[in-house]
Design a protein around this ligand. Structure first.
Ligand code: TTP
Ligand code: MG
Length: 424
């Protein structure tokens, strides 16, 4: 089923898959940037790092419950088109799941309350508020979609351990993956324990200041932190001690469960007969190199062992602002143009709030394909001369200036060619 994530998310996902696999590349040599031990290049884990991964609970539903507290104790689904894109935990008790058809959800739970989630503005706004709050803890915060963030808390852990050196931490806050016992004589264990208390402070701040609950994972790298954060849901946290790393990664039932292995990479791995984690771990690196190149091959094998040396890359403000529409009821170019003007107005409102000046306009068209969501994406772009955005920052920033309409007209041949003949 096609995911209904918005276009910013999709762009991020697409980049994520490409990014995860090429990050270890050193630009000059084409070799992995990190020197490899043994044949697999397994050197990347620094037990001294402490990374927290936060994933908000039923994010869109939570935002709606904050906006309207009357929804709190009711089973709630967020509707986009004909799908429940997410639902609160009350609804999950009845068997409603994310991405379920509305009709199936209603069968499972006739009293389900549905709220439209077509307008992403409130979710986007809450998402950026959450990231800003996290940045108060550490400057190293990386966004991953709307409701997930990585926070590198290594320096906070160093500081905490310095301050507490007379009374070192002997307890982990929250769960420990696999119920492993903390060994206070193991330096790496005490670091993760300290990180668990920082994660708890972060979650408390999210709740007290924004009303948001979420799960946290605490581990020595991003991959493991993300994997472990989902092991106790909702509103809980789980720490991973290094001895249980292999247990966690080997508990995944398919290579596609590894964050960073997306649809395309998975297909290529399957074409090599690799679907289980153990298949990828045991695969001769030379075979992977033939398919993916040296750097990505090493990275894939590192990931299959739970190793990930990628830094938490601060996201900063978004580099692009986008909006999308399925153009479902449009059958002529002029209807498409009208829809595009609506979307542009919405974008102008967001640009005005952001305060920066845009310099490029890009239009991407994706033909519907039930089987492959990346199929047939085509884009055209053009620079935006400064006078086009003259109204931004004035009393009437929402008035679409006539030159912007000219820009839409400039895209018309492209739109014309993309509107399917059956619709014309
Ligand atoms: P998730 O974190 O996958 O889901 P969630 O936060 O709703 O629930 P959980 O408690 O299990 O973490 O996704 C975050 C939001 O992204 C979700 O609230 C709705 C949206 N979303 C999509 O737009 N498309 C999708 O395919 C999924 C899975 C989620
Ligand atoms: Mg979530």
């Amino acid at each position: 089923m096609r995911s209904l994530r918005d276009s910013e998310d999709e762009a991020e996902e697409e980049e994520e898959e490409a990014g995860w696999l090429c990050r270890a590349e050193s630009p000059s040599s084409g070799r992995p940037a990190v020197p490899c031990s043994k044949t697999l290049g397994r050197s990347g884990n620094s037990p001294s790092r402490v990374i927290v991964h936060i994933d908000m609970d039923c994010f869109y539903a939570q935002v709606e419950m904050i906006r309207n507290p009357e929804l709190r104790n009711k089973p709630l689904g967020i509707q986009q088109k004909y799908i429940v894109v997410t639902c609160n935990y009350e609804a999950r008790k009845f068997g409603v799941t994310k991405l379920m058809l509305i009709k199936d959800a209603r069968e499972k739970c006739p009293q389900l309350v549905l709220v439209s989630g077509e307008d992403l503005t409130p979710y986007r706004e809450m998402s950026y508020k959450a990231t800003e709050l996290l940045e108060e803890f550490s400057p190293k915060v990386e966004r991953l979609g709307f409701d997930e963030n990585y926070i590198d808390v290594t320096e906070l852990v160093d500081k905490k351990l310095q301050e507490d050196r007379e009374t070192p931490e002997v307890l982990v806050c929250g769960h420990v993956y696999n119920d492993q016992k903390l060994n206070v004589n193991d330096w790496a264990h005490t670091r993760i324990a300290a990180g668990s208390h920082i994660a708890s402070d972060i979650r408390a701040a999210l709740y007290n200041r924004l009303g948001l609950t979420g799960c946290a994972g605490i581990a020595s790298n991003k991959l493991l932190a993300k994997l472990v954060s989902g092991t106790h849901k909702p509103n809980q946290q789980t720490a991973l001690l290094h001895d249980s790393q292999s247990h966690l990664i080997n508990s995944l039932d398919h290579v596609k469960r590894i964050p960073g292995i997306g649809c395309k990479t998975n297909k290529r791995l399957e074409s090599l007969g690799l679907s289980r984690i153990s298949d990828l771990q045991a695969c001769p690196v030379t075979l992977l190199e033939k398919e993916f190149g040296s750097s990505a091959a090493h990275r894939l094998q590192m990931l299959s062992h739970g190793e990930d040396d990628s830094p938490v890359a601060p996201s900063g403000p978004p580099q692009s602002i986008s909006d999308e529409d399925s153009f479902k009821k449009c059958s002529t170019v002029s209807e498409v143009k009208m829809k595009m003007e609506e979307r542009l107005k919405n974008l102008l409102i967001r640009i005005a709030k952001d305060g920066r000046s845009p310099h490029t306009l890009r239009l991407t068209i994706r033909q519907f394909s039930p089987t492959n969501k990346w199929f047939n994406r085509e884009s055209r772009q053009c620079p935006i001369p400064p006078h086009i955005i003259q109204n931004i920052g004035t009393d009437n920033p929402f008035l679409l200036p006539p030159p912007a309409c000219d820009k839409i007209n400039a895209f018309c041949p492209f739109v014309q060619q993309s509107v399917r003949p059956s619709l014309l």
